[in-house]
Write a protein that binds this ligand. Structure first.
Ligand code: PLP
Length: 333
C-alpha cells in the first residue's frame, strides 16, 4: 500500500529498530537514561539552544511550551488553522487558562506582521495579557523565509513577546532552504519538533529552549503524565533520525516536485497552491470520494485533498501514483 495520508505513517527502518534494540537505558524520571540525555544534548546543540526535552508527541511539546511560557490570563497570537490552536483540543486554554488569539495565515503561511501588531493588547484591565506569538514552519508544506522570520523576531522583541515555533516539520524547511536548522531556531525562544513525521520515528517530539524554560517544561511534562521511564528506546530512534534521516527529506521534496509537475500534464486533475516541501493539495473541483476509491484499487491510500510524501514512498511509487492518476484523468469514474 502506498500511503499518502500523512508523513506520520512511516515505519521505523531496520537500522532504526536495531538502534532502539541496542539502546542503553535508565530511568529518565530520575534523569538517568543515558540515551535520552544524549539525544537532548545533541538536539540542544543542533538548534543552538541551552537545553532540550523529549516529549511523546508534538501536541505535548507545543502544550509544554505554552504552559511554560505563559500563565493564566495570558494570551498567545497564533494562526487560525495552526495545529497549536485548532488541532490540539484547546489544551493551553483547558489546562493553562491561556487564551488563544487566532488570526489568519497569509497565502505564504505567515502571520502578517501588521495583523500581529494590531492584535497585541495594550496594558488595560479589560484585556488578557499578550505574551507570545506562535508560528508554524512548515505551514501546510510552505517554508517561511528567513527575511520574514527576521522581521517577525524584531517585532516580537519590540513588544517583549515570547516567540514559539511549532516546528513539527522544521527540518523540511531547513532542508528546503539548504541551511542549518539553527538559522531558523535563532528567531525563536522555543521550538517544538516532531520526530515521528518525515524523520521516520515511531514516536517522540523535542522541545528546545533555554535551560530555565526546559526545567519548567520538565515539571509540566511530569504533571501531565509525560514522565517516561526507560525512554531510551524512543530516544535512540530520535538520535538515529537526527543523524541519518534529515538529509533524506530532500528526496521526499524531489518526489513531491515530480508528482506536482506530472499534474500539469493532466486535463481534469489539477492542484492548488504551491508545493515547496513534501505536500501537494488537490484542487477542490475533484470528486475526492470517487478518486480515493479508484486509487485504493491501485494500492494508493489518500485522505482528503492533502497528499503527503515521506521516506516510505520511493521514486518507483511516485511513478505508480502518476500512472494511476493518468488513468483516472482520462477515464474518471
Ligand atoms: C503533527 C503536527 C503536530 C503534532 O502532532 P502530534 O501528532 O501530536 O505529534 C504539531 N504541529 C503540526 C503543524 C503538525 O503537523
Amino acid at each position: 500500500m502506498i500511503d499518502l495520508r500523512s508523513d506520520t505513517v512511516t515505519r521505523p527502518s531496520e537500522a532504526m529498530l536495531d538502534a532502539m534494540m541496542r539502546a542503553e537505558t535508565g530511568d529518565d524520571v530520575y534523569g538517568e537514561d543515558p540515551t535520552v540525555n544524549k539525544l537532548e544534548a545533541y538536539a540542544a546543540d543542533l538548534f543552538g539552544k541551552e537545553a532540550a526535552l523529549l516529549g511523546i508527541s508534538g501536541t505535548q511539546t507545543n502544550l509544554l511550551a505554552l504552559l511554560s511560557h505563559c500563565q493564566r490570563g495570558h494570551e498567545y497570537i497564533v494562526g487560525h488553522d495552526a495545529h497549536a490552536y485548532k488541532y490540539e483540543g484547546g489544551g493551553a486554554a483547558v489546562l493553562g487558562g491561556i487564551q488563544p488569539c487566532p488570526i489568519p495565515f497569509s497565502e505564504k503561511g505567515e502571520l502578517p506582521l501588521e495583523q500581529i501588531e494590531r492584535n497585541i493588547k495594550p496594558d488595560d484591565i479589560h484585556f488578557a495579557i499578550t505574551k507570545l506569538v506562535c508560528l508554524e514552519n512548515t505551514q501546510s508544506g510552505k517554508v517561511l523565509s528567513l527575511d520574514y522570520l527576521n522581521k517577525y523576531s524584531k517585532l516580537a522583541m519590540k513588544y517583549n513577546l515570547l516567540r514559539h515555533l511549532d516546528g513539527a516539520r522544521v527540518f523540511n524547511a531547513a532542508v528546503s532552504l539548504d541551511i542549518p536548522v539553527s538559522h531558523i531556531s535563532e528567531h525563536f525562544d522555543s521550538v517544538s519538533i516532531c520526530l515521528s513525521k518525515g524523520l521516520g520515528c515511531p514516536a517522540g517530539s523535542l522541545l528546545v529552549g533555554d535551560a530555565d524554560f526546559i526545567k519548567n517544561a520538565r515539571r509540566w511534562r511530569k504533571m501531565i503524565g509525560g514522565g517516561m521511564r526507560q525512554a531510551g528506546v524512543i530516544a535512540a530512534a530520535g538520535q538515529y533520525a537526527l543523524i541519518n534521516n534529515i538529509n533524506k527529506l530532500s528526496q521526499d521534496h524531489n518526489n513531491t516536485k515530480k508528482l506536482h509537475d506530472a499534474f500539469s500534464g493532466f486535463s481534469t486533475l489539477s492542484l492548488e497552491g504551491s508545493s515547496e516541501t513534501n505536500m501537494i493539495f488537490l484542487s477542490p473541483e475533484i470528486d475526492l470520494s470517487a478518486f480515493a476509491k479508484f486509487l485504493l484499487t491501485k494500492g494508493i491510500k489518500i485522505s482528503g485533498s492533502r497528499w503527503v510524501l515521506h521516506q516510505d514512498i520511493s521514486t518507483n511509487d511516485i511513478d505508480q501514483i502518476i500512472s494511476a492518476c493518468k488513468e483516472y484523468d482520462i477515464y474518471p469514474i
